[in-house]
Design a protein. Structure first.
Length: 282
């Protein structure tokens, strides 16, 4: 397995560990009546069955992407929850299908800790990620991290062989982010990712409109080897009427295939996000 820089791996693993310690340290303390009245949250990992669907359009390097994604979240008793992710996108003249699953424990007043697995597949690549995710909730700030195993199988066109050549590579994938809520219906999230032995810097903006459940979002990213992406879209949340911050902390974790789509597209093209040292064979 190829290794990302030792400092990056240690940092991301430490971040998940700290989130876990903070989560577990507070798990035995039930919120007081005053806290619940102030925060207006339930104490369940998932407040109720809920879902979301979104449509996006944008640019990743020199290709355009458009598609639809969705997720369904379900409570498993009071302390646990599951989420199933799905995605379809059209980019680089290929159909891309995404899938994901999360199993987690969460205290909406404190944080989330769980396992997540998912992938994206097309005629150009297969991209599979399995790992641990965590979030820690402050008043108007969420700190999050993911660290895990990433298998990337790239199928380059090779005219000399009359077909495609597969390059299978294993990596450690890591992500750190901070989400800030200036108001309860607006989030600004900035993050750092390491995939394919490359560094990526991300920004996300989402605003829930006065129309219940309807939100607008924009995502941007820059990275090594001149990688860039800019994607925008509209998202609709199914479930009880609540603020955007409450949805993020009471209902659904981030979609795994949706988060990885831009870098997967570029990597599948053999472009700037491709595994370091690998270029399309000629």
């Amino acid at each position: 397995m190829r290794n990302i820089t030792t400092s990056t791996l240690i940092g991301c693993t430490l971040a998940v560990s700290l989130l876990s310690l903070a989560f577990n340290a507070s798990a035995g303390t039930a919120p007081t009546i005053q806290e619940c009245a102030t925060c207006s949250i339930t104490d369940a990992a998932v407040s109720a069955v809920n879902g979301k669907i979104d449509f996006h359009y944008g640019s990743v390097n020199d290709t355009y992407t458009r598609g639809v994604g969705g997720a369904l979240s379900l409570p498993v008793g009071k302390s646990f929850g599951v989420q199933i992710d799905g995605l379809y996108a059209r980019a680089a003249e290929s159909d891309i299908y995404g899938y994901g699953a999360h199993f987690f424990s969460r205290r909406p007043s404190k944080g989330l800790l769980g396992l997540a697995a998912g992938g994206l597949t097309s005629t150009d690549f297969n991209d599979v990620v399995v790992g641990v995710e965590g979030e820690y909730y402050l008043d108007n700030i969420t700190l999050g991290a993911f660290v895990g195993y990433n298998h990337f199988d790239n199928h380059f066109d090779n005219p000399k062989l009359g077909g495609r050549l597969a390059n299978e590579t294993n990596f450690v994938a890591a992500r750190l982010y901070a989400a800030i809520y200036p108001i309860d219906d607006l989030v600004v999230r900035i993050g750092y990712e390491n995939r394919f032995e490359r560094n990526f810097y991300t920004a996300h903006l989402e605003y829930q409109t006065p129309v219940a459940g309807l939100a607008l979002f924009a995502d941007g990213a820059l990275g090594d080897a001149s990688f860039y992406s800019l994607v925008g879209g509209v998202r609709y949340y199914f479930g009880a009427k609540k603020s955007l911050k409450a949805r993020h902390r009471q209902d659904d974790p981030q979609s795994l295939p949706g988060s990885n789509l831009p870098t997967s597209i570029a990597g599948g093209q053999g472009g700037s996000a491709a595994p370091a040292g690998e270029v399309p064979p000629t």
